[in-house]
Each structure stands twice: as C-alpha cells, then as structure tokens.
Design a protein around this ligand. Structure first.
Ligand code: GDP
Ligand code: IMO
Ligand code: MG
Length: 420
C-alpha cells in the first residue's frame, strides 16, 4: 500500500516525526519536492537528527530512500547528512537519486544574496529559488550530469559564462571557476554516483509490486508555489496535487494520504498570517513549542489553528486522514481559539484568498474552546486524553470533514496516539 505524508500549513508541522514512524514498514521512502530548505526532525533510537534531503526511510536498514526529480539537491548538504546517518546506523543506507533532479550549486546561494530575495521573502537562503528558476530556464545542471564529467564541465562553463555577463565585476561571480567546480562536485558526489538513475522507474516498479511505498512531503501547502501565499512561498509544488508530476508517475494510487497539521499554526519568514498571536501569548507558545527553525534557527511566528487555511489544504491534498501534532503544547491554556472564518471588507468568508494583498486585509473570526490543564506527554490512548482535548480534536475533524488518524503528544516516536 502507498502512503503520503503532507504538510497542511506553512511547514514544520512535524512531518519528520510522522514519516519516521511510518517508514518502519516501508520498502521505499520517497522525498519528492524541495531541497535543503526542509528541516525534518527525527528522533531515532534516542538520537535527534534534523534531516534536510534524505527521507526518513534512511533510518531503517533495508529500506530504499529515493530523492525524486521534483527535488533540487545540494550534494554537499546531502553528503553531510548521509555520512551522519551512516555513522549512526553503522551501515550505509541505500539511496536512489533521480538523474533528472536538478542540483543546487554554489552560485544559486550567491544569487539569492545578490538579488535580495532571501531578505524580502525570508527564504532559508539555500539557493532554492535560483535552482528551480534555472530548471525552468533550461540552464540547470542535473544529477545525471555528474556521471559525464565532460558534459558537466561544458554545462557549467555555459552557465557561469551567463552569470559573469549578468553580474560583471561582482567578486563572488568573477571568482567562479567551472573546471574547479566540476572537479569538486564529482569529488563530493563520489559515493552517490552509482545511486544516480531512474528514480521514477524504481517508484513505478515498487508501486506495481504492491510494496509499502511512503512519500515524504517537504514544506507545507500554504508554501506551494501556485496555491500558497505567493510570493511568500517556496519554489516548488508542495501538495498532493503536485506529487505525480514531481515523481514522474501519472496515477500513483496512494490509498493513505495523511495531512499533517500542528494543533496551532506557525510560520517562518515573511508574509501575511491572519491568525498570528502577538505579544506575550505568542512568545509563550513559541517557547512551549520550541518553535525555532531546524534549518536556520529562526524563531517561528505562532498563531491559533486556522481552519480557513486548512480547508484550502484539504482541497489541494484530499487527505484520507489528518495527523494532529504538538497537542501537548496547548496544555495549560484556559481557552483555545480557532480561526473558523476571515472577515474582509466587513464580510465573513471561509474562502482562503490566493492574493496576499487580500489575505493581509483579512482578520480572523474566532471560536473559543475550553482548554485543559493536564500534561499530555505520557498519554498513549484516546481515552487517556482529557475531555476538552478530545472535544478540540472532534471540532477540527468535524469542521474539516476529515477523520483524525494520528495524534502526536511529544517529539519522540512513542509519544503518539492512534485513532483509526
Ligand atoms: P517538519 O519540518 O514538518 O518535519 O517539522 P520540524 O521538525 O521542522 O518541526 C517540528 C518540531 O516539533 C520538531 O522540533 C519536533 O521534534 C517537534 N515535534 C514533533 N511532534 C511533536 C509533538 O507532538 N509534541 C512536541 N512537543 N513536539 C513535537
Ligand atoms: P519543512 O519541510 C518552514 C519557507 C521559508 C520562506 C519560504 C521560501 O521543514 O517544513 P525557500 O528557502 O524555500 O525559498 O523559502 O518558505 N520554508 C519553510 N518554512 N518549513 C520548511 O520546510 C520550509 N521550507 C521553506 O521560511 O518563508
Ligand atoms: Mg521543518
């Protein structure tokens, strides 16, 4: 059976924990979008990892990890995380890298700085936007190019020549040397060269054999390049709607689609956030939830659960169930608010606007629910949850029309309650 795990908010919903948990039974785990902008926290046998590009399947010997063509891959970052995971396991996980996945190269990060997009949008500054842009502009370098050193160098020469013409006299650009870059890339990529190949074929074969295939989404629905809060988004498709194209399998028939949502909302980087909580309470939530970015260490903005955004995410992901994470963080609040609609120009709406100009004019319409005082970290069954926590979950599920299959009450794998 195939399963997909997708973020329903602005990222950092706890996808890493959920995929790591489900990957135990998987034959193959596939990351299909984004690159090292992702930071997925995995606690494997007591050791905490922040993974960026390697899917959570890599923690189980015998499971194949696939980096699909929808990703942009930074080989240097990959080498670091792969080596760290290998040292932890005492063996080297099997991986497949799509030959047609694009590479993030040093000049992509440089471009992000030179153009200032990192600052304006509050990106992770990992070169994501420039790498996807090179893909669309047909001047990108792909993983398969690493297998043909002459071709790699010729492509780098062409690309760097364009950069030097666009940025004459800029020191970081003038210093770019295609020959040196090609040599360094092949050197860093050496352990992965035998792994570069037909990822789409491997996924298709596993699906048609009926194996357990797990898809690990990165970022979240509201960061989707088309359906998110553009331009305050990432540069790839982050939804189930975009998954088939990102893996090269037209109808992957994924029976279990898990939409992961935090019990409240967070966002890193700039952009409108109607249910944001300012002041002391916002800071308290940030502290209680440990809301600091895995990739950049930036504090995450915190807000109440936003059903308007989540309804939009339900439409784009068609989840068969929800995983609600970090419910434990809400313990100790007398009241919990949920944004059930927006008010814009005096009118109430439950439609999530695609224009950030409209979104920034929206104010939240809240419903207030009763909180609970009990600690939830050691709860392991639905019956162990306080009545108010169960009511909160039921309210979310009813409003969204999607059952809740998993509730997470702590970062560790066993701090999980199964509901279905
Ligand atoms: P991802 O990007 O979606 O994988 O999420 P991140 O790893 O960036 O952020 C989630 C953070 O919350 C990490 O620090 C996790 O260890 C932590 N976490 C995940 N689930 C829970 C939970 O149920 N309760 C608490 N308290 N922390 C959690
Ligand atoms: P995971 O997979 C949270 C955000 C950045 C910025 C915007 C664009 O850990 O949930 P980019 O570097 O992609 O060009 O930045 O997207 N962003 C994330 N926010 N979690 C992520 O990944 C993110 N990946 C990108 O903060 O607002
Ligand atoms: Mg994250």
């Amino acid at each position: 059976m195939a399963t997909a795990v997708l973020g329903m908010q602005w990222g950092d919903e706890g996808k890493g924990k959920i995929t790591h948990l489900l990957a135990r039974d998987a034959a193959i785990v596939v990351r299909f979008n984004g690159g090292p902008n992702a930071g997925h926290t995995v606690i494997d046998r007591g050791v905490k990892f922040g993974t960026h590009q390697v899917p959570a399947g890599a923690f189980y010997p015998g499971t194949v990890s696939v980096l699909a063509s929808g990703m942009v891959i930074d080989i240097r970052v990959l080498r670091e995380e792969y080596d760290a995971i290998s040292a932890h396991l005492g063996s080297r996980p099997e991986i497949i890298i799509a030959e047609n996945a694009h590479l993030i190269l040093p000049y992509h990060r440089l471009l992000e700085e030179l153009e200032g997009s990192g600052k304006a949008i509050g990106t992770t500054r990992r070169g994501i936007g420039p790498a996807y842009r090179d893909r669309a502009a047909r001047v990108g370098i792909r993983a398969g190019d690493l297998l043909a050193p002459d071709r790699l160098q010729a492509r780098l020469e062409q690309r760097i020549d364009l950069l030097k013409r666009a940025w004459p006299g800029v020191p970081g650009v003038s210093a770019l040397d295609p020959e040196k870059m090609a040599t360094e890339l092949i050197d860093v990529a050496a352990p992965f060269l035998p792994s570069i190949g037909d990822a789409a074929g491997a996924i298709r074969a596993a699906l048609s054999r009926g194996e357990e295939v797990l898809f690990e989404g990165a970022q979240g629905t509201l960061l989707d390049v088309d359906f998110g809060t553009y331009p305050y988004v990432t540069s790839s498709s982050t939804t189930f709607a975009g998954l088939p194209g990102a893996i090269g399998v037209p109808n992957p028939r994924i029976e279990r689609r898990i939409g992961v949502a935090k019990a409240y909302t967070t966002r890193v980087g700039a952009g409108p956030f109607p249910a944001e909580i300012g002041g002391e309470l916002g800071e308290k939530l940030q502290k209680m939830g440990g809301e600091f970015g895995v990739t950049t260490g930036r504090p995450r903005r915190c807000g109440w659960l936003d059903l308007v955004g989540l309804r939009h995410a339900v439409a784009l992901n068609d989840p068969t169930e929800l995983a609600i994470t970090k419910l434990d963080v809400l313990s100790g609040l007398d009241e919990i608010k949920v944004c059930r609609a927006y008010r814009i120009d005096g009118e109430e709406t439950i439609r999530f606007p695609l224009s950030v100009e409209d979104l920034s004019r929206c104010t939240p319409v809240y419903t207030t629910l009763t909180g609970w005082g009990e600690e939830l970290r050691s709860v392991r069954s639905p019956d162990g949850l306080p009545r108010a926590a169960r009511d909160y979950l039921e309210f979310i599920s009813d409003e969204l029309g999607v059952p809740i299959g998993i509730v997470s009450v702590g970062p560790e794998p066993d701090a999980t309650i199964s509901l279905l």
